[in-house]
Design a protein around this ligand. Structure first.
Ligand code: NAD
Length: 504
């Protein structure tokens, strides 16, 4: 039965969040909040109620040009003169401000994206940790010293050392699925490295980037170091990725748009980092701990309603444990309580929008036509909001679209396999254009490590799935991306190396 949507589904939000939502928000360019040059705006909606949340300025190519110019001026001016310790101090101050406003950020992420409170809270506290982590990493940006061979300085005594320098002006283009977190894991290392940035948030989730922009100003970052331009991907995003004064684009999003970014970057051969889509394998062996796998495999697929790039959505279940595993996975769907993320009792939110929910359910319909069997789920809830419950499909063949395409929703596709030959199992797991994450479920250390070494993915876990943390590198093999984020490698992505040789 459907029921009326009420603001925030009857839940209250803090005064700070209410006040934030009631304002009209501009673009942050050169330290000023301003409307877009065209006057265009975009609206943000709560995916759990479908109600309007806020209106924000929507920039285009001309606004991007102003923002890039401001970032370029800041890079060659005040930002480059700041000492590393002063940059670290600003990042630490930003971390403390984010900690102070954590409740508002948590509520904005819940409202803008639809995520459950426990995930929103986790991502905000993780952002605080990332600003602190990269602030301390600034003091470890260091090069090497060596001596050049005699021919370089005609036998004179000499010394070579390397400097690590910022890449320059960077465009950060982010998706909607974990907005403030995806932004922070680019922004914190970019600023730590000494880059200036232009941020292009996703159209669906413009709010937390704006709130972060305010804190960046309060922390005292010089004007123009961080510029934020909400707006459409095809205009604002494309203008950023083609701009001649942008030295690097760091992009997280779909593989399809990733390809466009690479083409757009060719003009001035800007550097590109890509975190793209995935269709990660989850291999459950005959000797797996099925109690552990029942919950762990379920979370691998259904965490964040499956709207996460590392989701384990290709389940390979060995025939000997297939039926028991399916029964446990079906039973575990009872763990999920669907509803508005503001209610801490709910741990499963809506999908980002109606069109996306339609696409996800289209994949399920096609799979059923192709011969899959529906165990549970498969239909939208009859209530306001884009709620699609955890959906499990069995009898899935490896050639079906549901087993090959990224769905980005709560759809688990289970393929039964017979072999115990690890080469064959790895070949099945690797039969994908993607290579982002994956997991192996077994009690045998030997089986686990042999399979891990054969699976071509940026991250493979044993008896757990999707290790996302500040200090663990993350990124894709194959069409899942270029480069790594998080940890030391996340900082390296924003640094150049200059070799200096001195004849003494
Ligand atoms: P998307 O590719 O549609 O959009 C991502 C961003 O790119 C948005 O800000 C969008 O406005 C912008 N954009 C769109 N067209 C553009 C263009 N022509 N030029 C420049 N920018 C453009 O992705 P989405 O729907 O927002 O997010 C879902 C996708 O993101 C999934 O494929 C998912 O796997 C991927 N993702 C990957 C990771 C990872 O770390 N690998 C993390 C989260 C999401």
């Amino acid at each position: 039965m459907s029921r009326e949507a009420t603001p925030f589904d009857g839940h209250s939000v803090s005064a700070a969040t209410r006040s934030f939502l009631s304002e009209r928000h501009g673009l942050l360019i050169g330290g000023q909040w301003r409307p877009s040059l065209s006057g265009a705006t975009l609206d943000s909606h709560d995916p759990a109620t479908e109600l309007h949340l806020a209106t924000v300025a929507s920039g285009g190519a001309a606004d991007i040009d102003m923002a890039v110019t401001a970032a370029h001026r800041a890079f060659t001016g005040p930002w480059s003169r700041l000492k590393a310790r002063e940059r670290a101090g600003l990042l630490v101050r930003l971390a403390r401000l984010l900690e102070r406003d954590a409740e508002m950020f948590t509520e904005l992420e819940i409202l803008d994206n639809g995520m459950p409170r426990f995930i929103a809270g986790l991502t905000v506290s993780n952002c605080v940790e990332m600003f602190d982590y990269y602030a301390s990493a600034i003091l470890r940006i260091e090069g090497v010293t060596t001596t050049p061979p005699p021919h370089v300085t005609a036998d004179a005594e000499a010394l070579t050392y390397t400097l690590r320098e910022p890449v320059g002006v960077v465009g950060l283009i982010v998706p909607w699925n974990v907005p403030v977190s995806t932004l922070t894991l680019k922004l914190a290392p970019a600023l730590a490295a000494g880059c200036t940035v232009v941020v292009k948030p996703a159209e669906e989730t413009p709010l937390s980037a704006i709130a972060l922009g305010r804190l960046i100003q309060e922390a005292g970052f010089p004007d123009g170091v961080v510029n934020i331009v909400n707006g459409p991907g095809e205009s604002a995003g494309a203008a950023l990725s083609t701009h001649a004064l942008i030295d690097k684009i760091s992009f997280t999003g779909s593989t399809e748009v990733g390809r466009k970014i690479v083409q757009a970057a060719a003009g001035n051969l800007k550097k590109v980092s890509l975190e793209l889509g995935g269709k990660s394998p989850v291999v459950v062996m005959p000797d797996a701990d099925l109690e552990l796998a029942g919950s762990g495999v379920s979370m691998a697929t259904f965490f964040l309603q499956g709207q996460n790039c590392m989701a384990g959505t290709r389940i390979f279940a060995h025939a000997s444990i297939h039926d028991e595993l399916v029964a446990r996975l079906e039973a575990f769907t009872g763990f999920f309580t669907l509803g508005h993320g503001l209610d801490p009792a709910n741990n499963f939110g809506p999908l980002i929008g109606g069109a996306h929910a339609g696409r996800v359910l289209g994949h399920v319909d096609r799979a059923l036509n192709d011969g899959a069997t529906l165990v549970t789920g498969g239909a939208k809830l009859d209530r306001p909001g884009h709620f699609v419950p955890p959906t499990i499909l069995t009898d899935v063949r490896t050639d079906m679209a549901v087993f090959r395409d990224e769905i980005f929703g709560p759809v688990m596709a289970i393929h039964r396999f017979e072999t115990e030959d690890l080469e064959q199992i790895a070949a099945m797991a690797n039969d994908s254009v993607y290579g982002l994450s994956g997991s192996v479920w077994t009690r045998s250390l030997s089986t686990a490590h042999k399979l891990v070494s054969r699976i071509r993915s940026g991250q493979v876990s044993i008896n757990c799935h999707g290790a996302i943390a500040t200090n663990i590198p993350f990124g894709g093999y194959k069409q899942s991306g270029w480069g790594r984020e998080f940890g030391r490698e996340g900082l390296d992505a924003y640094l150049e190396t200059k070799a200096v040789t001195a004849r003494l």
